[in-house]
Each structure stands twice: as structure tokens, then as C-alpha cells.
Design a protein around this ligand. Structure first.
Ligand SMILES: [Zn+2]
Length: 265
């Protein structure tokens, strides 16, 4: 669940997009991009964050909804529902944050190791590294002469950044902070989890489960549509998948809760 919550950084973009994004051929990205075009690091990054947040909220909606509907199948005791819902919310938020922290930390560790290695290579064998950079630009379609000029000028300007970008697709000023990632996934999960928690606690007992079902499925339809829109995917299909999956989760836990409630209590 946590891998999705990390925003895709620039390295996941196709080369074409990175060209524009890095702005090294276009000059200032903001100065040359056309209005309404999704160019520039800022917009893409923000959309990715937003999309990650929506996916995290989905996790919160589905897992806490399944939990409280299951408990509601077994008991009408409001205290039990409240306890289960809060425990699910807190446990889920911590689990999301922890997973995200671990995954982003190890990603950052490996990026740091690559940066150190590249720095050492540039120090120990600058000529080979220049050849390498030239070759990488040739592979991107530049002529030998142009590739050489580009490689030489970039090396003179900031050799390390040039190698990190073209060779390793790393922007050393843009490494994801594990604490930020952890905190934002916990917040996204909590916001999602609050919906089923309120939907199960606020109505009178006989309305709890139906209200939660409807609220959750509507919310999933909305988040599915939003995340598909942000990702440029077909909306109806994304929303349908989520709604069907969410409905399945609720039906299964509600049935289990009902069975346990009648046999155990
Ligand atoms: Zn290199």
C-alpha cells in the first residue's frame, strides 16, 4: 500500500518530459512553457502529490470502513464501534507512515550511494566521464559534435548534476524526504478513515451499516474519478474498480461480523 503513496519524482517521467522539465535546452521552463501545458517541475510534482494523497485516502476509507462494518455486523454497542474505528484509524495511519518512511529512506540511501560513487568517478577519471556523457547525449539523438559541446558545457557548469540527471535520473536537490512522505501518508489515510468512522457513529443503530455503505461507495467513486483524472486514465473504469472492490470488502466483513456476532455472543 505504501509504494503508491510516494509521489513519482522526475525520474519516472519519460525522457521527453524530462527534457522540458529540466529546462536545460529550453532555458527557464516557466518562461517558455505555453499556458495550459503540463510542463514544468512544479505542476507535475503537485499532481503526483495530490494523486498519492487520494490513493492514501482510499486506503483509509476502505480499511476502516471494512473494520467498522464488520464490528457493526456483530454488535450495536457504540463504544465497541468507536474503539474499533479509532484503533483502525491510528493503527492504519502509523502503518502507512512507517511503510512510507522505510521505503523512502532506503530509496534515498541508495540514491546517496550513487551520488557518492558518481562524485568519486568524476574526481578520479574526468576524461572517461566526459566521454560517457557525450555518448549518453549521442544516444539521445544529438550529433557527435553537438553532444560533445553539450557534454563539455554541462561538465564545465556542474559536472555532477549533469551526470546524475542523464546517467542516473537523480536530481540531488530533489530527494524525497522520508519524514514528509511518512507524515503525508498518515494524514491522507486519516482523512479517508474519518469518513467511515463518522458514517458508522453518527446515524441511529439501524441506519449505521446502510449509511456507511452508501457514504463509502460514493466516496470511492469520487476518489477513483479524481485519481484517474489526475493520472490521465479512463475515469469510469477506475471508479468502477474501486467501488466494486470497496463493496466487496464491506460485504465480506459485514457477513463475517454477523456470523461471529450470532455465534460468539
Ligand atoms: Zn558518469
Amino acid at each position: 500500500m505504501s509504494a503508491e503513496l510516494r509521489p513519482a519524482t522526475s525520474k519516472t517521467l519519460p525522457d521527453e518530459a524530462r527534457f522540458h522539465e529540466s529546462g536545460w535546452l529550453t532555458g527557464q521552463v516557466t518562461a517558455t512553457s505555453h499556458p495550459g501545458e503540463p510542463h514544468g517541475a512544479g505542476l507535475g510534482q503537485r499532481l503526483n502529490w495530490l494523486r498519492a494523497g487520494v490513493l492514501g485516502a482510499n486506503d483509509g476509507i476502505v480499511s476502516v470502513a471494512a473494520l467498522v462494518v464488520g464490528v457493526a455486523g456483530a454488535t450495536t454497542d457504540t463504544g465497541a464501534l468507536f474503539t474499533a474505528g479509532i484503533a483502525g484509524l491510528v493503527g492504519g495511519a502509523i502503518s502507512m507512515a512507517l511503510g512510507e518512511y522505510v521505503s523512502v529512506s532506503s530509496q534515498r540511501d541508495s540514491e546517496r550511494a550513487l551520488i557518492a560513487k558518481e562524485r568519486g568517478e568524476l574526481r578520479d577519471m574526468p576524461q572517461q566521464e566526459l566521454e560517457e556523457l557525450t555518448q549518453l547525449y549521442r544516444e539521445r539523438g544529438l550529433s557527435e559534435a553537438t553532444a560533445r559541446v553539450v557534454a563539455e558545457e554541462l561538465t564545465a557548469h556542474d559536472a555532477l548534476s549533469a551526470h546524475l540527471e542523464v546517467e542516473l535520473h537523480i536530481d540531488q536537490d530533489d530527494l524525497v524526504n522520508p519524514w514528509h512522505a511518512a507524515l503525508s501518508s498518515a494524514i491522507a489515510f486519516t482523512l479517508g478513515a474519518l469518513l467511515p468512522l463518522l458514517a458508522i457513529l453518527l446515524p441511529p443503530p439501524e441506519w449505521r451499516v446502510p449509511v456507511t455503505f452508501v457514504a463509502v461507495l460514493l466516496a470511492l467513486a469520487a476518489t477513483g474519478t479524481v485519481s484517474a483524472t489526475l493520472g490521465g486514465a479512463p475515469r469510469l473504469r477506475a471508479a468502477t474498480r474501486l467501488v466494486v472492490g470497496g463493496a466487496l470488502a464491506l460485504v465480506v466483513t459485514w457477513l463475517i461480523g454477523t456470523l461471529l456476532g450470532t455465534t460468539v455472543v
